[in-house]
Design a binder for this molecule. Structure first.
Ligand SMILES: [Zn+2]
Length: 167
């Protein structure tokens, strides 16, 4: 497609392929991005080119707050960072100790259900999720959240799902 890139390490010509990419940069293990441009060099250098990261993260966040089991530590961390809060700031907003946020995020302690719901509701507010969606999440998703944390199945996302949406 005429996309060329020189390797920043050896200045060699990189080759490009569209591949699936497990998006571990997010701190989550279960997000798979389909057909992402990956540049590779013979020297071993590899650059993953994820388009429109803010919109992608917003899509992931909206999937997480619809999860039907309690938020796991790395999911709480993802939502917090996506809202732009430090652990300290989130603790102030929630009225809990800073150390509590840290224990949640490291899976040393599971948040009470009300705290789990609060984090989701805060996300709805901060990210300006539409009023209709917010109502649906609060009234239909929240009552269905189970007690046990379970791993979400892989979230398989096509670029079309996030590159066409507003951030
Ligand atoms: Zn190279």
């Amino acid at each position: 497609m005429g996309v060329e890139m020189k390797c920043r390490k050896c200045k060699g010509q990189m080759t490009i392929t569209a591949d699936d990419h497990r998006y571990r940069e997010s701190g989550l293990e279960n997000v798979v991005l389909k057909g992402i441009d990956i540049f590779r060099c013979d020297c071993g250098e590899r650059i993953v080119s994820v388009p429109r990261v803010p919109e992608l993260n917003a899509l992931i966040g909206e999937n997480l707050i619809r999860k039907d089991s309690p938020l796991a530590g790395n999911e709480i961390r993802f939502l917090r960072k996506n809202m732009g809060f430090t652990g300290k700031r989130l603790s102030e907003i929630m009225g809990v100790d800073n150390a509590t946020i840290s224990r949640w995020e490291r899976d040393f302690q599971q948040p009470a259900k009300a705290h789990d719901h609060f984090i989701r509701l805060l996300y709805i507010t901060e990210k300006r999720v539409s009023a209709d969606q917010a109502k649906q999440i609060v009234e239909s998703v929240f009552p269905e959240i189970k007690q046990e944390i379970k791993d979400m199945p892989d979230m398989i996302l096509n670029p079309a799902a996030w590159t066409t949406r507003p951030a």
